[in-house]
Design a protein around this ligand. Structure first.
Ligand code: ZN
Length: 283
Protein backbone atom coordinates (compact mmCIF):
# COMPACT_ATOMS: atom_id res chain seq x y z
CA UNK A 1 0.00 0.00 0.00
CA UNK A 2 1.12 3.51 -0.71
CA UNK A 3 2.04 5.39 2.43
CA UNK A 4 0.01 8.45 3.30
CA UNK A 5 3.04 10.56 4.23
CA UNK A 6 4.94 9.66 1.11
CA UNK A 7 2.01 10.70 -1.06
CA UNK A 8 1.84 13.96 0.78
CA UNK A 9 5.52 14.57 0.18
CA UNK A 10 5.05 14.47 -3.56
CA UNK A 11 1.71 16.25 -3.48
CA UNK A 12 2.87 19.41 -5.18
CA UNK A 13 4.81 17.65 -7.91
CA UNK A 14 1.96 15.31 -8.68
CA UNK A 15 -0.45 18.20 -8.87
CA UNK A 16 1.67 19.83 -11.55
CA UNK A 17 1.86 16.55 -13.45
CA UNK A 18 -1.87 16.09 -13.12
CA UNK A 19 -2.42 19.52 -14.65
CA UNK A 20 -0.31 18.36 -17.61
CA UNK A 21 -2.24 15.15 -17.93
CA UNK A 22 -5.71 16.58 -17.73
CA UNK A 23 -6.90 13.98 -20.23
CA UNK A 24 -6.78 11.44 -17.43
CA UNK A 25 -9.88 13.17 -16.12
CA UNK A 26 -12.10 10.78 -18.02
CA UNK A 27 -15.55 12.04 -19.00
CA UNK A 28 -17.48 9.09 -17.63
CA UNK A 29 -16.42 8.51 -14.09
CA UNK A 30 -17.84 6.72 -11.09
CA UNK A 31 -15.68 6.87 -8.03
CA UNK A 32 -16.49 5.76 -4.50
CA UNK A 33 -15.20 7.54 -1.43
CA UNK A 34 -14.52 5.76 1.83
CA UNK A 35 -14.38 7.47 5.19
CA UNK A 36 -14.08 5.94 8.67
CA UNK A 37 -14.58 7.53 12.07
CA UNK A 38 -14.89 11.31 11.95
CA UNK A 39 -13.88 13.27 15.01
CA UNK A 40 -16.13 16.04 16.21
CA UNK A 41 -13.40 18.62 15.72
CA UNK A 42 -13.29 17.62 12.04
CA UNK A 43 -17.01 17.95 11.30
CA UNK A 44 -16.56 21.39 9.77
CA UNK A 45 -13.63 20.15 7.67
CA UNK A 46 -15.67 17.22 6.48
CA UNK A 47 -18.62 19.44 5.58
CA UNK A 48 -16.35 21.80 3.64
CA UNK A 49 -14.67 18.92 1.81
CA UNK A 50 -18.01 17.52 0.68
CA UNK A 51 -19.20 20.99 -0.37
CA UNK A 52 -16.14 21.46 -2.56
CA UNK A 53 -16.59 18.01 -4.08
CA UNK A 54 -20.27 18.73 -4.69
CA UNK A 55 -19.35 21.63 -6.97
CA UNK A 56 -17.51 19.35 -9.37
CA UNK A 57 -19.16 15.98 -8.88
CA UNK A 58 -22.62 14.48 -8.94
CA UNK A 59 -23.26 12.61 -5.70
CA UNK A 60 -25.30 9.51 -6.49
CA UNK A 61 -27.46 7.42 -4.16
CA UNK A 62 -26.69 3.75 -3.38
CA UNK A 63 -29.72 2.76 -5.48
CA UNK A 64 -28.46 4.78 -8.45
CA UNK A 65 -25.17 2.92 -8.10
CA UNK A 66 -26.94 -0.47 -8.11
CA UNK A 67 -28.97 0.52 -11.18
CA UNK A 68 -25.87 1.64 -13.04
CA UNK A 69 -23.94 -1.59 -12.38
CA UNK A 70 -26.98 -3.71 -13.29
CA UNK A 71 -27.57 -1.71 -16.46
CA UNK A 72 -31.04 -0.60 -15.41
CA UNK A 73 -30.20 3.06 -15.63
CA UNK A 74 -26.78 4.20 -16.77
CA UNK A 75 -25.16 7.27 -15.28
CA UNK A 76 -23.43 10.05 -17.18
CA UNK A 77 -20.53 12.35 -16.38
CA UNK A 78 -18.62 12.55 -13.12
CA UNK A 79 -20.27 10.64 -10.30
CA UNK A 80 -19.36 10.04 -6.67
CA UNK A 81 -20.78 7.63 -4.13
CA UNK A 82 -20.10 8.11 -0.44
CA UNK A 83 -19.38 5.18 1.91
CA UNK A 84 -18.32 4.77 5.55
CA UNK A 85 -16.56 1.78 7.10
CA UNK A 86 -16.47 0.39 10.66
CA UNK A 87 -19.80 1.48 12.19
CA UNK A 88 -18.65 4.27 14.48
CA UNK A 89 -21.29 6.36 16.24
CA UNK A 90 -19.79 9.45 14.61
CA UNK A 91 -21.09 8.19 11.27
CA UNK A 92 -24.63 8.43 12.58
CA UNK A 93 -24.07 11.97 13.89
CA UNK A 94 -22.46 13.00 10.62
CA UNK A 95 -25.41 11.69 8.64
CA UNK A 96 -27.90 13.61 10.77
CA UNK A 97 -25.96 16.88 10.89
CA UNK A 98 -24.05 17.00 7.63
CA UNK A 99 -25.22 14.55 4.98
CA UNK A 100 -28.89 15.49 5.35
CA UNK A 101 -28.03 19.17 4.90
CA UNK A 102 -26.18 18.36 1.69
CA UNK A 103 -28.77 15.80 0.58
CA UNK A 104 -26.15 13.05 0.22
CA UNK A 105 -27.04 9.36 0.72
CA UNK A 106 -24.42 6.84 1.68
CA UNK A 107 -23.62 3.20 2.38
CA UNK A 108 -22.55 2.37 5.94
CA UNK A 109 -20.47 -0.81 6.27
CA UNK A 110 -20.56 -2.27 9.77
CA UNK A 111 -18.98 -5.27 11.56
CA UNK A 112 -21.98 -7.14 13.01
CA UNK A 113 -20.38 -7.84 16.41
CA UNK A 114 -19.55 -4.16 16.83
CA UNK A 115 -23.10 -2.86 16.43
CA UNK A 116 -24.40 -5.42 18.95
CA UNK A 117 -22.42 -3.75 21.74
CA UNK A 118 -24.37 -1.77 24.33
CA UNK A 119 -21.76 -0.46 26.75
CA UNK A 120 -19.10 2.20 26.17
CA UNK A 121 -16.54 0.07 27.96
CA UNK A 122 -17.09 -2.94 25.69
CA UNK A 123 -17.22 -0.66 22.67
CA UNK A 124 -13.80 0.77 23.51
CA UNK A 125 -12.42 -2.72 24.05
CA UNK A 126 -13.67 -3.83 20.63
CA UNK A 127 -12.22 -0.74 18.98
CA UNK A 128 -8.86 -1.26 20.65
CA UNK A 129 -8.61 -4.93 19.84
CA UNK A 130 -10.23 -5.08 16.41
CA UNK A 131 -10.30 -1.74 14.63
CA UNK A 132 -7.71 0.64 16.00
CA UNK A 133 -5.18 0.30 13.21
CA UNK A 134 -7.07 3.04 11.38
CA UNK A 135 -5.20 5.70 13.36
CA UNK A 136 -8.13 6.58 15.54
CA UNK A 137 -7.48 8.94 18.38
CA UNK A 138 -8.50 6.76 21.29
CA UNK A 139 -8.44 9.65 23.73
CA UNK A 140 -11.68 10.87 22.34
CA UNK A 141 -14.28 10.22 25.01
CA UNK A 142 -17.28 9.60 22.86
CA UNK A 143 -15.76 6.93 20.67
CA UNK A 144 -18.36 4.18 20.36
CA UNK A 145 -20.46 2.08 18.01
CA UNK A 146 -23.74 2.63 16.19
CA UNK A 147 -26.69 0.57 17.42
CA UNK A 148 -29.31 -1.35 15.45
CA UNK A 149 -31.69 1.56 16.15
CA UNK A 150 -29.18 3.96 14.56
CA UNK A 151 -28.90 1.73 11.50
CA UNK A 152 -32.69 1.59 11.18
CA UNK A 153 -32.81 5.35 11.23
CA UNK A 154 -30.12 5.53 8.52
CA UNK A 155 -32.16 3.13 6.39
CA UNK A 156 -35.29 5.23 6.85
CA UNK A 157 -33.52 8.29 5.47
CA UNK A 158 -32.51 6.56 2.26
CA UNK A 159 -29.08 5.18 3.12
CA UNK A 160 -27.95 1.56 2.80
CA UNK A 161 -26.32 -0.75 5.31
CA UNK A 162 -23.59 -3.11 4.18
CA UNK A 163 -21.67 -5.85 5.94
CA UNK A 164 -18.05 -5.33 7.04
CA UNK A 165 -17.42 -8.83 8.48
CA UNK A 166 -18.36 -10.00 11.99
CA UNK A 167 -15.36 -9.02 14.09
CA UNK A 168 -13.46 -6.77 11.64
CA UNK A 169 -11.04 -9.64 11.00
CA UNK A 170 -8.50 -9.53 8.19
CA UNK A 171 -9.90 -12.19 5.81
CA UNK A 172 -6.58 -12.45 4.03
CA UNK A 173 -5.03 -14.33 6.92
CA UNK A 174 -7.95 -16.71 7.64
CA UNK A 175 -7.75 -20.17 6.12
CA UNK A 176 -10.37 -22.04 8.13
CA UNK A 177 -13.63 -22.22 6.24
CA UNK A 178 -15.79 -22.11 9.36
CA UNK A 179 -14.15 -18.87 10.46
CA UNK A 180 -14.63 -17.35 7.03
CA UNK A 181 -18.28 -18.36 7.10
CA UNK A 182 -18.74 -16.57 10.40
CA UNK A 183 -17.09 -13.42 9.14
CA UNK A 184 -18.74 -13.31 5.71
CA UNK A 185 -22.11 -15.07 6.01
CA UNK A 186 -23.17 -15.18 9.67
CA UNK A 187 -22.53 -11.47 9.99
CA UNK A 188 -25.04 -10.70 7.24
CA UNK A 189 -27.60 -13.05 8.73
CA UNK A 190 -27.52 -11.11 11.96
CA UNK A 191 -27.91 -7.79 10.16
CA UNK A 192 -30.72 -9.11 7.98
CA UNK A 193 -32.75 -10.50 10.86
CA UNK A 194 -32.40 -7.42 13.03
CA UNK A 195 -32.87 -4.84 10.26
CA UNK A 196 -35.44 -6.79 8.21
CA UNK A 197 -33.67 -5.97 4.94
CA UNK A 198 -31.54 -7.98 2.55
CA UNK A 199 -27.83 -7.17 2.78
CA UNK A 200 -26.37 -7.09 -0.73
CA UNK A 201 -23.24 -5.04 -0.10
CA UNK A 202 -20.01 -6.19 1.53
CA UNK A 203 -16.81 -4.25 2.14
CA UNK A 204 -13.53 -6.05 2.77
CA UNK A 205 -11.80 -5.00 5.97
CA UNK A 206 -8.49 -3.30 5.15
CA UNK A 207 -9.38 -3.72 1.48
CA UNK A 208 -5.82 -3.92 0.20
CA UNK A 209 -4.63 -6.60 -2.19
CA UNK A 210 -3.38 -8.98 0.51
CA UNK A 211 -6.65 -8.93 2.44
CA UNK A 212 -8.53 -10.38 -0.55
CA UNK A 213 -7.73 -14.09 -1.00
CA UNK A 214 -9.34 -16.80 -3.17
CA UNK A 215 -11.40 -18.52 -0.47
CA UNK A 216 -12.98 -15.31 0.74
CA UNK A 217 -13.63 -14.07 -2.79
CA UNK A 218 -15.60 -17.21 -3.60
CA UNK A 219 -17.66 -16.81 -0.47
CA UNK A 220 -18.32 -13.08 -0.70
CA UNK A 221 -19.48 -13.32 -4.31
CA UNK A 222 -21.72 -16.29 -3.51
CA UNK A 223 -23.73 -14.12 -1.12
CA UNK A 224 -23.32 -10.45 -2.07
CA UNK A 225 -24.12 -8.58 -5.26
CA UNK A 226 -21.65 -5.80 -4.51
CA UNK A 227 -18.19 -6.39 -3.02
CA UNK A 228 -15.93 -3.43 -2.20
CA UNK A 229 -12.16 -3.10 -1.82
CA UNK A 230 -9.99 -0.12 -0.95
CA UNK A 231 -8.07 -0.31 -4.21
CA UNK A 232 -8.44 2.93 -6.14
CA UNK A 233 -10.11 3.24 -9.51
CA UNK A 234 -13.02 4.21 -11.72
CA UNK A 235 -16.10 1.98 -11.44
CA UNK A 236 -17.99 3.38 -14.41
CA UNK A 237 -17.23 0.44 -16.68
CA UNK A 238 -17.44 -2.30 -14.02
CA UNK A 239 -18.94 -5.66 -14.87
CA UNK A 240 -21.50 -7.04 -12.41
CA UNK A 241 -19.18 -9.56 -10.82
CA UNK A 242 -16.10 -7.50 -10.31
CA UNK A 243 -14.39 -6.04 -7.29
CA UNK A 244 -15.52 -2.48 -6.55
CA UNK A 245 -12.82 0.15 -6.21
CA UNK A 246 -12.82 2.87 -3.58
CA UNK A 247 -10.81 5.98 -2.74
CA UNK A 248 -9.77 6.52 0.86
CA UNK A 249 -9.93 10.24 1.51
CA UNK A 250 -7.99 11.80 4.38
CA UNK A 251 -9.54 14.69 6.25
CA UNK A 252 -6.20 16.02 7.43
CA UNK A 253 -4.81 16.58 3.97
CA UNK A 254 -5.42 19.38 1.53
CA UNK A 255 -8.16 19.31 -1.06
CA UNK A 256 -5.44 19.06 -3.69
CA UNK A 257 -4.67 15.55 -2.48
CA UNK A 258 -8.28 14.43 -2.85
CA UNK A 259 -8.21 15.97 -6.30
CA UNK A 260 -5.20 13.83 -7.19
CA UNK A 261 -6.86 10.62 -6.00
CA UNK A 262 -10.06 11.41 -7.85
CA UNK A 263 -8.25 12.41 -11.04
CA UNK A 264 -7.24 8.78 -11.42
CA UNK A 265 -3.58 9.70 -11.64
CA UNK A 266 -2.44 6.97 -9.28
CA UNK A 267 -4.96 4.32 -10.37
CA UNK A 268 -2.27 2.59 -12.39
CA UNK A 269 -0.69 1.49 -9.14
CA UNK A 270 -3.77 -0.65 -8.45
CA UNK A 271 -4.63 -1.66 -12.01
CA UNK A 272 -2.84 -5.02 -12.12
CA UNK A 273 -4.00 -5.97 -8.63
CA UNK A 274 -7.61 -5.36 -9.67
CA UNK A 275 -7.10 -7.31 -12.91
CA UNK A 276 -5.75 -10.25 -10.93
CA UNK A 277 -8.67 -10.21 -8.47
CA UNK A 278 -11.27 -10.00 -11.24
CA UNK A 279 -9.67 -12.92 -13.08
CA UNK A 280 -9.99 -15.02 -9.93
CA UNK A 281 -13.65 -14.04 -9.49
CA UNK A 282 -14.59 -15.13 -12.99
CA UNK A 283 -12.87 -18.51 -12.60
ZN1 ZN B 1 -12.76 -1.39 8.47
Amino acid sequence: MINHKSIRYFEKIILIVSKLFKFLDSKDTLRILVYHHIEKKDFKKFYDQLKILKNKWNFITPVEFENHIYGKKKLKGKNLLLTFDDGFKSNYTVEKNILRKLNIKSIFFVPSDFIKIRSTKKSKKFINENILDNNIDNHEKKLSNMTIQNLKSLLRSGNLIGCHTKTHANLGVINEKSKLKNEILQSAKYLESSLKVKINHFAYTYGNYDSINNESLKMTFSKYKFVYSCLRGNNFFNKRKSIIKRDTIYLDSSNDLSEIFLSGLIDLRYFFQIQSINKRISK
